[in-house]
Design a protein around this ligand. Structure first.
Ligand code: PLP
Length: 393
């Protein structure tokens, strides 16, 4: 019998990718499926970014680069942090990786020992707990509900902390809830963290510009600058610039840990693709108007979808602050539908019966809800709502 490590047996495949694959399978088999499961913008990568990549190929930027990223891209990232976030970093505090996913993976591997606890608020991005498990750490989940707009309170954080807590993860605006923490809320959380100097903080800012609170984006470091020496800012170009396939993410933080993450990357994947790095540099240094246009479209779809979902029987949806997801409760619908007892079964019924693919909330540690991605055209969204209405009525 071929042996598998206990490490790999502790984790599951990404449930969001599973839904996307399932929908693709049914589609390939000839079924008419609307996919609202995907975690990527439907827009094409802007032309000036593509041109920079083509230029890089022509210029022969087709070889290994420095493991931690080209000096030019790192310069663009440092300038971005300064310009958009008011944060100062030196080159040895920045690591470019093959997507935001690898940034967090490197961080978990570089900071956690077996049994170390990582606090993760739910609903969470599906990959945090599993990546902590690969690192042989222990995910400690803080549950939230619509009552607090899916955000944790400082008291909840305080109660979750033990002497084994090593890492606290915060993602705002959040995949899947679409909610963003305010400056005041982050300050209150920062006050708790200030009392526990051994805890490192990861702020996942992947959806930074996709925000419509009317207030500027802020993260925990903006709220509590005292945490600078133990906070990692994770970001990337995947969502903001519709560049999911290019695989570029980046992390900034204390040089000691960034150096350790770089060492791990040097022994696993080495540098991210040289051509993608040139494209990412163009994205960060270039005109940001393309981002604003995409955000405008996301917001229009969000407004439509929230209203439409709230008209469905047994569905309740809060307005989100950003991202391209909404996270409505389907609890009423679950209770009303025969032979359905939870969100996973509900998602199956909606996929097979209505041809609409969405991701059950349990995948994000928050059962009773569904994540719908509105990274798709208004026409497709309207058709999805028509189908959901028919299935739920
Ligand atoms: N962080 C969050 C919250 C995400 O939703 C995602 C993608 O779904 C990522 C990080 C990783 O993005 P990527 O690895 O595609 O750059």
């Amino acid at each position: 019998d071929l042996q598998l490590s206990t490490r790999v047996q502790a984790i599951k495949p990404s449930p969001t990718l599973a839904v996307t694959n399932k929908a693709a399978e049914l589609k390939a088999a000839g079924q008419d499926i609307i996919g609202l499961g995907a975690g990527e913008p439907d827009f094409d990568t802007p032309d000036h970014i593509k041109e920079a990549a083509i230029e890089a190929i022509r210029n022969g930027q087709t070889k290994y680069t420095a493991v931690d990223g080209t000096p030019a891209l790192k310069k663009a990232i440092i300038a971005k942090f300064k310009r958009d976030n008011g944060l100062d970093y030196e080159p040895n505090q920045v690591l470019v990786s093959s997507g935001g996913k690898q940034s967090f993976f490197n961080l978990a591997l570089a900071t956690l020992n077996p049994g170390d606890e990582a606090i993760i608020p739910a609903p969470y991005w599906v990959s945090y707990p599993d990546m902590v498990l690969v690192a042989e750490g222990k995910p400690v989940i803080i549950e939230t509900s619509a009552d607090t707009r899916f955000k944790i309170t400082p008291e909840q954080l305080e109660n979750a902390i033990t002497d084994r807590t090593r890492l606290f993860v915060i993602n705002s605006p959040s995949n899947p809830s679409g909610m963003a923490y305010s400056m005041e809320e982050l300050q209150a959380i920062g006050e708790v963290l200030k009392k526990h100097p051994n805890i490192m903080v990861a702020t996942d800012d992947m959806y930074e510009p996709i925000l419509w609170t009317g207030k500027p984006f802020c993260n925990i470091l903006n709220a509590t600058p005292e945490l600078y020496d133990r906070t990692f800012v994770l970001n990337g170009v995947s969502k903001a610039y519709s560049m999911t396939g290019w695989r570029i993410g980046y992390a900034a933080g204390p040089a000691k840990v960034i150096g350790a993450m770089k060492k791990i990357q040097s022994q696993s994947t080495s540098n991210p693709a040289s051509i993608s790095q040139a494209a990412a540099q163009a994205a960060l240094d270039g005109d940001q108007a393309c981002v604003g246009e995409m955000v405008k479209a996301f917001r229009e779809r969000h407004d439509y979808l929230v209203k439409a979902l709230n008209e469905l029987p047994g569905v309740e949806c809060l307005e989100g602050d950003g991202t391209f997801y909404v996270f409505p409760s389907f609890q009423g619908a679950i209770e009303k539908t025969p032979n359905v007892s939870d969100d996973v079964e509900m998602a199956e019924v909606l996929l097979k019966g209505a041809g609409v693919a969405l991701v059950p909330g349990s995948a994000f540690g928050c059962p009773g809800h569904m994540r719908l991605s509105f990274a798709t055209s208004m026409d497709v969204l309207k058709e999805a709502v028509t189908r959901l209405k028919k299935a739920l009525s």
